[in-house]
Each structure stands twice: as C-alpha cells, then as structure tokens.
Design a protein around this ligand. Structure first.
Ligand code: AMP
Ligand code: MG
Length: 523
C-alpha cells in the first residue's frame, strides 16, 4: 500500500505568537501567552462516522485517505503527522453580557495550519479531544449529539452561502461521556465523539479582550498585528489607519454574517464574545436552532430562556454590542480611539441596514428595496408571527404565487394552526395583494423573478427536528440519517425530487421535545 498523502503544515500561530511556558493540561490562568501546547488525549476506539467530501477535497484528502485507519487515528487524536503542533488558544469573553475572564479552548485543540494546494490556509481543530489548561472543571469531551449538530450545521451553512467555519469529519471515540443535559440532576452516559472543524482562523473577539482586560498591551498588539498579517492580507497601510481598517472590516463581515442568519432563519443561541469570529464566520455551534414558525422572540437555548438575550430578532443588536466590546479591547492601539472605532461601529450599522434591505428585495422578489418595502416586510413579519406561519415554507412558497392573481394556495403547507390560519387569512391575502401591486411595478418576467427568489429562500434547512431524528438513529449506530441530511443540505436552494420529507414543517411531536425546540449548552 502506498504511503498516505499528508498535508503540509505551516504553523504561523504558534511560531509568531508567545506561548505558555508550561505544557500539558493542568488547569491554570495563563498570562502573557496566546496559546498553550497540549496533546489530544487518545480515545478507546476511533471510528470515522462521517466526512465532508468537499472539505476533504480542498485539503487534498481523497476517499482512499479518508477510509484509512490512519486518518481516523489522527483525527481522533490517537496519532499525529509530522508538522503538527497541537495547542489550545487562550481567550476570554463576555458571557450573557458579563465579563467572564479567561475562558480559552476548553475542549478544542488545534492540530496545525495546513496550506492547501491552492494556497489557502486552513487551521485544523479537534473539538472534544480531551482536557486542556482551559477546561476548568469540565472534561474536554463532546457527545455524539452535539458533534453531529456542529458537523451537519456548519456544512449546511456553508452551502447556504453563510460565512462559517467548516467541518472535515466526525469521529466516534468508543468512549462514553457523562452529561446532565438539562442541568437538573439527571446525568446519563452518552456516546462520545470528535469533530474536526476547519477555518482560516479561529480567532475570536475574546482573544483580544483577554489581554485588554489584563492591561497586557504588548500581547494585544502582537495579536492584532498577527491577525492582520495572517487573516486580513488584503488590507494595506500601516499604523493606526491599518488598525482602523481592520476593525471596520470585522464590523462589515459581522454585519454580512448576521444578515445571512436573518435571511435563512438561523438562531446562534450563544452569541457570547468568545463565540464571535474576527473573520465574521459563524462559529461554535452549540444550542443553535432554526426558525420553524416565525417568531423573532424565540431562543433555542434553555440557558437563555429567562432574558432571551440571544433571541432571533435581537441578533443584529447583540452583534453590535459584541463589536462594542471588541472596540473597547482594541482602544489601546490608538492615541485617540473614539473616532476610528466609532466609525467602524457606524459602518456596522450601515452595513447591516444594507444587508436587511437586500434581504427584503431578494426574499420578496423585488428589483430593489425602497423605503416603503421595509414596511411591507415588517407588516408581513407581524402577520407571520400572529398566524404561526413557517418561515421557510412561506418564503419558498411565495415564489409560486401568481402575482397577476395572488392566492394562498402555494402557501397552505406553511400553517401550523388552523385557528390562527383562519384568523389571519384575510390579512395575509390583503398583504399578498399589496405585494402583487408592488411586483407589477418592477415588470420582471415571472420565471426570472421566481428563480431569483428561490436562490435567496432555501427549500431545505437543518430544522431542529431533522437533526434530532438523525441523532436518534446515530445513537443506535445507524448513520444513514446523517448521510441523508448531508446530501440534502448540500443543495439547499434546489428542488430535490424524492426529498420532500426533508422540506416539511416541524411535526407536532417535535414541538416541545428536547433537541427539537429546546437545546441546552450541555454538549
Ligand atoms: P461555549 O459556551 O461552548 O462556547 O464554551 C465556553 C467555554 O467553556 C469555552 O472556554 C469552552 O472551551 C469551555 N467548555 C465548554 N464545554 C466544555 C467541556 N466539555 N470541557 C471543557 N471545556 C468546555
Ligand atoms: Mg465557545
């Protein structure tokens, strides 16, 4: 058998940034360092359960490599390749609005940075590979259910066109993990798993907040310079002007990311600043959820149920608050910080407003979004909430409504409750007539308009209950549900004959079931 093709590593993060002098996983406060060297803890029985063919190909892994035992051993942390330099990153963060101090990669271990054949740089990171100095009292492991959710959703988001970290593969560890899913004193053993996730950079707002909180200006500056050099090579200039452009770029990327979340109905669930990527990538898939019936006040996260800080409709403002925390952290880089940082925050507001208008135009099938079209969308959203209407089915069905003679026929599947349907039908029909009048002003070919709408309104999203059904099967050793979802979610905007079951509204049994409507951080 020929030797397996192994990737080339170029570990800029550990080469260019100061590391913790102590190695190993003793829990500690780590000062003056951006990372700590730590090896993954081997597992009992590594088994490759699923992989992303697309991500594998980008990294140069073909089917032969993927199927080899060596691949499973390396990505379970039982073996390593030359050039890997495993580490856990040191960062802090604001959790639920409060400064939480040092957090760090408690159960994520980066193996190294791969430079792919096309020159792209990818950091490979194992999630669930064992304890690190940042594990605090936890075990550094991950359960199968949450690993499947991260694996499937990050790839689904990529195919939806949402900026996101990616996932290379999902492995079973052959070891149980003890979890108290709802923190109510009922722990149970669950199968353990590891996801190898992949991104150009895993730097978070919290990486910058931690040295700021400690008054460690040299480390803050080193991190900023490194991040700009490695992750923002398109930015030119130097000094304060460069820092200002960089912050502004992160603001713009964050606006674009949240704009996409609002378009597709994704609720992150834990928008703490340690879960905000400096590159504006969706990161740290935990108790996230997808909107079924349109409800801007819904949060999937049971830990968030009290204040609902991370509810769907608040995501734009929370992202803005998080950027304000980043701005504070970066302020020591400037002699007069307020003007450039405020300019970045203003750019966020403007970029999000532009993304929102773009969503209105694309989702409703308009050439452009006029001021009065914002009101048209607001009125629709109020009705969708009142009528308990499925967001995905409504917008997908909307492209099938004949704007010469509008009717609700293509939208019937979108209703969850007959009584609420009856109560809002007249208002929704009146709204359709308003839309039809507006659409006629555009004079676009109906087929062209429908195609454009279908490219903005996905047919298939990773509904919470769909993921849970696949998880239930996988916990019995049957990966077919995971594979089916991978295939469907790879082409979310296309009609896929025979896949109707994946495009249906949430069934009644899933309304209040754990994993389908309520998710916990326990993972
Ligand atoms: P999260 O809310 O998942 O972003 O996690 C917040 C912090 O808790 C991060 O520092 C994580 O690395 C850490 N953490 C979460 N779960 C675990 C775990 N099972 N073992 C160790 N650390 C964890
Ligand atoms: Mg996190």
């Amino acid at each position: 058998m020929k030797a397996m093709a192994r990737p080339t590593f170029d570990n800029a993060f550990v080469r260019e940034l100061p590391g913790d002098p102590e190695a190993g996983s003793r829990v500690r406060q780590v000062e003056g360092a951006a990372w700590s060297a730590v090896e993954p803890t081997p597992v009992a029985a590594p088994k490759l359960l699923a992989w992303s063919r697309d991500m594998a190909a980008r990294l140069g892994f073909g089917d032969e490599e993927l199927q080899s035992g060596e691949f499973a051993r390396v990505f379970a942390g039982n073996a390593s390749w030359p050039g890997m330099q495993p580490f856990a990153a040191n960062y802090g963060g604001h959790q639920f609005g409060h400064w939480a101090g040092q957090l760090g990669d408690g159960r994520a271990i980066t193996l190294g940075e791969v430079v792919a054949a096309d020159g792209a740089r990818w950091e490979l990171q194992l999630k669930g590979a064992g304890r690190t100095p940042y594990s605090r009292t936890a075990d550094g492991r991950a359960v199968l259910r949450s690993s499947i959710r991260e694996f499937l959703c990050s790839e689904a988001m990529h195919h939806l066109g949402v900026p996101t970290t990616r996932a290379l593969c999902l492995l079973g560890t052959g070891e149980p993990v003890l979890r108290d899913m709802f923190y109510d004193g009922h722990p149970r053993e669950e199968p353990g798993a590891i996801v190898c996730r992949v991104a150009p950079s895993f730097l978070r707002f919290g990486n910058f907040e931690l040295p700021y909180s400690r008054g460690d200006l040299p480390l803050l500056r080193q991190l900023a310079d490194f991040c700009i050099r490695r992750d923002f090579p398109h930015l030119g200039g130097h000094g304060e002007a460069l820092y200002a452009d960089w912050f502004r770029d992160t603001c713009m990327r964050t606006a674009a990311m949240v704009g996409h979340w609002m378009r597709v109905g994704f609720v992150h669930g834990v928008m703490n600043t340690d879960n905000m990527s400096i590159l504006g990538l969706t990161i740290d898939y935990g108790p996230y959820g997808w909107i079924d019936d349109y409800d801007p006040d819904w949060t999937p996260n049971t830990t968030d149920a009290g204040g609902r800080r991370y509810r769907f409709g608040w995501q734009p403002r929370i992202a803005g608050w998080n950027l304000l925390q980043l701005a504070n952290a970066l302020s020591p880089l400037f002699a007069d910080a307020a003007p450039p940082l405020q300019a970045g925050l203003d750019a966020y507001g403007e970029a999000f407003a532009a993304a929102e208008r773009d969503n209105v135009a694309r989702k409703l099938g308009l050439r452009e979004c006029r001021d009065e079209d914002l009101a048209l969308m607001d009125d629709l959203q109020a009705l969708l909430k009142e009528g308990e209407v499925d967001m995905t089915l409504w917008f997908r069905g909307l492209s099938q409504v004949d704007m010469q003679a509008p009717s609700m026929a293509p939208l019937e599947e979108a209703f969850y409750d007959a009584g609420k349907r009856a109560a809002t039908a007249a208002a929704l029909e009146a709204w359709l007539s308003r839309l039809a009048a507006r659409v006629r002003e555009d004079a676009v070919e109906p087929a062209e308009r429908s195609a454009a709408m279908d490219a903005a309104n996905p047919k298939y999203v990773l509904r919470n209950y769909l993921a849970q059904e696949a998880i239930d099967l996988a916990e019995q050793g049957d990966l077919s549900g995971v594979r089916a979802l991978q295939e469907v979610m790879a082409r979310p905007y296309e009609e896929q004959p025979g896949r109707q079951a994946h495009a249906r509204r949430r069934p009644d049994w899933a309304r209040d079931r754990a994993g389908c409507s309520m998710l916990s951080c326990s993972s």
